[in-house]
Design a protein around this ligand. Structure first.
Ligand SMILES: Nc1nc2c(c(=O)[nH]1)N[C@H]1C(S)=C(S)[C@@H](COP(=O)(O)OP(=O)(O)OC[C@H]3O[C@@H](n4cnc5c(=O)[nH]c(N)nc54)[C@H](O)[C@@H]3O)O[C@H]1N2
Ligand SMILES: Nc1nc2c(c(=O)[nH]1)N[C@H]1C(S)=C(S)[C@@H](COP(=O)(O)OP(=O)(O)OC[C@H]3O[C@@H](n4cnc5c(=O)[nH]c(N)nc54)[C@H](O)[C@@H]3O)O[C@H]1N2
Ligand code: SF4
Ligand SMILES: [Mo]
Length: 726
């Protein structure tokens, strides 16, 4: 019988009993996939599926999205506010009024005693745009601290800084559809198949229709490197040198787009003078890519009809992060590859709403890409919010990575941490622990009560998560998409928007300023404030966004839909409309392997987990596929040290030590190792994190370690205190 075999073993798709599907957007990475969550007849979330008509994902989801509905009722969620007089005492359950009164009381007490800026706020890239805007209004317009920043300093700060320096403004100019048009893709320090699986799928689909060269720059043989036409295994932290050398060859061989340079850029002369020092032979000695390969890549890129560069943390998380971004922009400006189909500098963003915080949170300035440094911007927002213009500082305050040292020195006494987990995600865990212990007052606002940072708090505020609330996220390609309220918040947890609004009411100034109660009410303020600006939202509404499955800004009042690309007319955001070509001298300032610490320590991510695993660590299938901390190590290096596959190794750096299980693989060079950073008390015990001078982003990916065999698993358990038991 023809179908006999199939009949014997039919694939059964479990009937989850879904009676209704509700539209929302994925809350993990910045790809921005549209998801529908399935509810059963009891209103429980039982399934997730990709939305077919959504341009971003066209029905697809990666495995994190597929299990996302399991989040709502997962272990460790915060049920009710918690409070304690002294850190490390038992937490007492309390009600919202008591918790919020305590927090506002402590903010007032600390500010009165030590000055307004002695209370700091550190936020995230993972709450909704409307929530970011409201927090910004509260932080800048009511509480009035200038030490207000977000974890995007660990993530996208270099991209923001690089875009501003080159183009006069933040804002990724390209879109995913550029893959359909490009004749050459250069991917630097980005591992799309694991970190942005659906963007990767868009790339693969484009390649199946029409072949074009894919060139990957990464010290590691990542999944993306494995499918590339050329893989440049660069010496860590030296991308700027490679970029300068590519520009050298392009200019030397007359392959540049001179008409574009003349019409649309400033600074060509100084740039060309500097680049002249980076001939491929000199460069190859620093960046480890041979002379011929540098020439080849430069020619392929410059001769392509259109060429694009994407990048993620391999560029941003470096002492030359901002320069790396500027270097990419330089390359695209001299080849005329900005604002045209398939020609772009597209930073692949990290968190689901890292873009929303850049646009609207006021962390680095004022809402809608306005700057504290510009008097007119201060005036406009002061008027709109109804606060005194002089209440705003004239310069942005500390970045997140400078806020922690300012706690150490006693400049900052109180801290409000919202949707980020620095105990696990920042470098030098031992130092962060001491820093948090030094605070007079710490409040943690998180969807999970078991988040490590909460061990050091005085008050814990349980937040609703993802589609327990509503609002917007902006994705990598500037697409604003809607998260609708699929299910009620867990127990007594509350949407972050509600928490900010309730907090505002506890300050005299907060009772004078208008705080809309609903996300769509806040969205109306975004529309008004963005009208006529680069990031124009005025033609959008929550309903229109859902109907179109996301809209790319700018979308002006009256526009049918959004805009795919920026700078298509060659007009940039500097006053004279020109972009800047910026010379980038390379200063070699990393901690590098030496005789005592002979290995490069690299860190990053795996597909199954998201960051510090507060969420994915609770989802059965994700945890099953990636249950333990581990290290990728080259078999030859391991053999010399008597280290075996599946055995343990102790890594020691100048900061401390960590013990991890070893996976032997040729993916890493003999003098390098790679550790996913998802696990507490692991790689960030030993990482260094020198800061980029422009963006203050840590160089999470470059440090030196020594390695020895650690055959006793007990030693690992003792050394790496495990605070969560799942
Ligand atoms: N599954 C999953 N997906 C995620 C996340 C997650 O936690 N899990 N997080 C999201 C977030 S917030 C972010 S920021 C993104 C991060 O996305 P990616 O940046 O793609 O991920 P990483 O693994 O951090 O780092 C990417 C690569 O940088 C390389 N690299 C290290 N040093 C250098 C260098 O000097 N030069 C170059 N060219 N490359 C280098 C590493 O070897 C690594 O392969 O992922 C997002 N997506
Ligand atoms: N060694 C090393 N370290 C790194 C990196 C690396 O590559 N290597 N990457 C860095 C990068 S790029 C990033 S982005 C950071 C990420 O570092 P973190 O921001 O510390 O990581 P998350 O685990 O995503 O923390 C987000 C928190 O928000 C909570 N949360 C989620 N949704 C909500 C919500 O709606 N409301 C509230 N209130 N809480 C919510 C989650 O439970 C979680 O505790 O890590 C950085 N650290
Ligand atoms: S690719 Fe990113 S946005 Fe899409 S389902 Fe996966 S985690 Fe979510
Ligand atoms: Mo990130």
């Amino acid at each position: 019988m023809l179908f006999g075999r199939n009949k014997k073993n039919p694939i059964k798709i479990a009937d989850k009993g879904v009676v209704e599907w509700k539209y929302t957007t994925c809350g993990y990475c910045s790809t921005g996939c549209s998801i529908e969550v399935g509810l059963d007849d009891k209103g429980e979330a039982v399934a997730s599926r990709g939305v077919g008509g959504a341009d971003v994902n066209r029905g697809k989801l990666c495995l994190k999205g597929i299990f996302e509905h399991e989040l709502f009722r997962s272990a460790g969620r915060g049920k009710t506010p918690l409070i304690r007089e002294r850190r490390f005492d038992e937490f007492q359950e309390t009600n919202w009024d008591t918790a919020l009164d305590k927090v506002s009381g402590e903010i007032t007490r600390i500010q009165e005693k030590y000055g307004r800026d002695s209370f700091a706020i550190v936020s995230t890239g993972q709450i909704m745009t409307e929530e970011f805007y409201t927090l910004g209004k509260l932080a800048r317009g009511v509480i009035g601290t200038n030490n207000y920043d977000g974890n995007t300093t660990l993530c996208m700060s270099s991209a923001v800084s690089g875009y501003k320096r080159s183009f006069g403004s933040d804002g990724p100019p390209g879109c995913y559809e550029d893959f359909e048009h490009t004749d050459c893709l250069l991917a630097m320090g980005s591992n799309l198949p694991e970190q942005h699986p659906v963007i990767f799928w868009r790339l693969k689909e484009a390649l199946e229709k029409r072949k074009f060269p894919v060139i990957v720059v990464d010290p590691r043989v990542t999944m993306l490197a494995q499918m590339a036409d050329m893989h440049l295994a660069i010496t860590p932290g030296t991308d700027v040198v490679l970029l300068n050398a590519l520009a050298y060859v392009i200019l030397d061989e007359g392959l540049e787009d001179r008409a574009y340079i003349d019409a649309n850029t400033n600074g060509a002369k100084e740039f060309e003078e500097l680049v002249a020092q980076y001939d491929p032979v000199t460069a190859s000695r620093i960046c480890g890519i041979d002379e011929d390969t540098i020439r080849n890549v430069a020619r392929i890129y410059a001769k392509a009809g259109s060429a694009m560069t994407i990048w993620t943390m391999g560029i941003n998380q470096s002492t030359h992060g901002s320069d790396g971004v500027v270097g990419i922009n330089n390359l695209n400006l001299i080849t005329g590859n900005i604002g045209k189909p398939g020609g772009t500098s597209l930073s692949i963003t990290g968190q689901c709403n890292a873009m929303g915080t850049r646009e609207w949170s006021s962390c680095s300035g004022l809402p809608g890409y306005r700057a504290l440094e510009k008097p007119q911007d201060r005036k406009d927002i002061a008027e709109f919010w109804g606060v005194d213009e002089d209440f705003f500082p004239e310069k942005r305050g500390l970045f997140m990575t400078d806020i922690f040292p300012a706690i150490e020195t006693g400049q900052i006494k109180g801290l409000w941490v919202i949707a980020t987990n620095p105990m696990t995600s920042m470098t030098n865990t031992a130092r962060i622990r001491k820093t948090l212990e030094k605070l007079d007052f710490l409040v943690v606002q998180d969807a999970y009560a078991d988040v490590e940072t909460n061990e050091y708090s005085h008050v814990y505020l349980p937040a609703a998560v993802w589609a327990e609330k509503e609002g917007c996220f902006t994705n990598t390609e500037r697409r604003v998409n809607l998260i609708s309220n699929v299910i009620e918040p867990f127990e007594d947890s509350k949407p972050d928007l509600w928490i900010f609004n309730e907090m505002a009411k506890r300050f005299e100034q907060g009772r004078k300023v208008k705080f809309p109660e609903t996300a769509s009410g806040v969205f109306d303020e975004l529309r008004t404030l963005s009208k006529g600006r680069m990031l124009d939202y005025s033609g959008m509404s929550h309903e229109k966004i859902e109907a179109q499955r996301g809209i790319q800004w700018p979308c002006s009042d009256g526009d049918e839909t959004g805009t795919q690309r920026l700078y298509t007319d060659g007009k940039f955001q500097y006053a004279d409309g020109k972009a800047k070509l910026i010379p980038l001298p390379f200063i070699d300032n990393n901690e590098k392997p030496d005789e005592k610490y002979p290995f490069w320590l690299n860190s990053g991510r795996v597909v199954e987990h998201f960051h510090t695993r507060t969420r994915t660590g609770k989802v059965g299938n994700l945890n099953k596929f990636s249950p333990t901390p581990y290290m990728e190590m080259n078999p030859d290096a391991a053999k010399a040290l008597g280290i075996t596959h599946g055995g343990y190794a102790r890594l020691t750096s100048r900061r401390g030590d960590a013990i991890v299980m070893v996976q032997l693989t040729q993916r890493v060079a003999p003098n390098a190792v790679f550790i996913p950073f998802h696990f507490h008390e692991c790689v960030n015990r030993i990482s260094l994190g020198l800061l980029d001078p422009h963006s203050r982003q840590p160089a999470f990916k470059q440090a030196a370690v020594k390695i020895e065999a650690a055959n006793d698993q007990q030693v690992a358990a003792q050394t790496n205190a495990v605070s969560r038991t799942y």
